[in-house]
Design a protein around this ligand. Structure first.
Ligand code: ZN
Ligand code: ZN
Length: 318
């Protein structure tokens, strides 16, 4: 179990905490495997089995809606806001981002943030929970590294210590509550598309196909897109910015990852609200943050600063 830090000296207390907080229980390990593997199997079965038979426009629309909402919950919420503090959010937006991010089925918010802060603290070095470079650089080692960075790391029992990496979230009662709601939000994210599909088509068959496509398959696609940022975006792509790790910009995933695949830019300037900082680099998450700012829900947004960009660029003439 994680312990709470003393309120009088949160920073010092957090820094003194160990990196790991013991191991996940067997029950937790079973659930992680279940929720990582079942949607993946649904995805593998989906294309050959159901294409053209079960898939209707209602399913496509619902899948796109739930994909967009939960992906942005992770990219804008879990990642840019909670992990890196790229902007300040009002209380309602803070809770809404924690809830929609949780509905991506990538684990509860506090653990997600703790793992990701550990990733940045040790990027591509010993201690990084999901670096593809920990086993060597031979073809065999890189294949193993790819698997580890993509999915394998999830199946390890070590538990990142939230008291060290996320004391700010542990100190927030509302966030603790959303964290505890994770099992319920998992049920909601799978059943809400089924309910919507059933009501729109007014049929059990419509509920079933929406559950399959906009529930399981959508979760699986988003899982693999998010995991690709950990695996592919630390192996393949351009590295225009200097950073101490192997992070890379991989343009083919820019749209599906909503801007997160501009990962070299992100590691060079982690607290920046925009990852696609160069001309023509589409970053849908940054657009949403801009909209939140216009509505007055987000403030103190850390937009890219030209002098910082120029300093981080490897070749300032390019
Ligand atoms: Zn990274
Ligand atoms: Zn990050």
């Amino acid at each position: 179990m994680v312990t709470k830090v003393q309120p009088d000296s949160p920073r010092t207390a957090a820094a003194a905490q160990p990196v790991l907080a013991g191991e996940k229980s067997s029950a937790e390990m079973f659930l992680v495997k279940l929720f990582a593997v079942v949607p993946a199997l649904a995805l593998a079965a989906a294309v050959p089995l159901a294409w053209g038979r079960g898939l209707g426009w209602v399913d496509v629309g619902l899948a796109a809606f739930f994909y967009t909402a939960t992906c942005l919950g992770v990219t804008v919420g879990f990642h840019r806001y909670f992990t890196h503090g790229a902007f300040r959010a009002n209380r309602a937006l803070r809770i809404a981002l924690a809830v929609t991010g949780s509905m991506a089925m990538q684990g509860p918010v506090i653990g997600w943030v703790a793992d990701h802060r550990r990733h940045h603290a040790y990027a591509d070095r010993e201690g990084d929970p999901h670096s593809p470079w920990l086993f060597g650089t031979s073809a065999r080692a890189l294949a193993k590294g790819f698997w580890h960075a993509h999915m394998g790391w999830l199946f390890q029992r070590e538990l990142t210590n939230a008291a060290r990496f996320a004391p700010d979230l542990l100190a927030d009662e509302d966030i603790q509550r959303v964290n505890r709601w994770f099992p319920a939000l998992t049920a909601v994210t799978l059943l809400a598309p089924a309910l919507a599909g059933g009501l729109i088509t007014w049929s059990w068959w419509g509920a079933l196909t929406a559950f399959f496509w906009a529930g399981l398959v959508r979760v699986a696609v988003l899982h693999h897109v998010t995991w690709s940022v950990n695996s592919i975006c630390h192996m393949i792509g351009d590295r225009p910015f200097t950073s101490r790790d192997k992070s890379a910009n991989f343009w083919p995933l820019a749209i599906l990852s909503m801007g997160e695949s501009w990962h070299n830019s992100h590691h060079a300037d982690p607290t920046c609200a925009r990852h696609g900082v160069r001309r023509g680099q589409i970053d849908i998450s940054a657009r949403l943050i801009r909209a939140f700012e216009k509505f007055g829900w987000a403030t103190d947004v850390r937009w890219p600063r030209p002098e910082r960009l120029a300093r981080n660029l490897k070749d300032s003439t390019s």
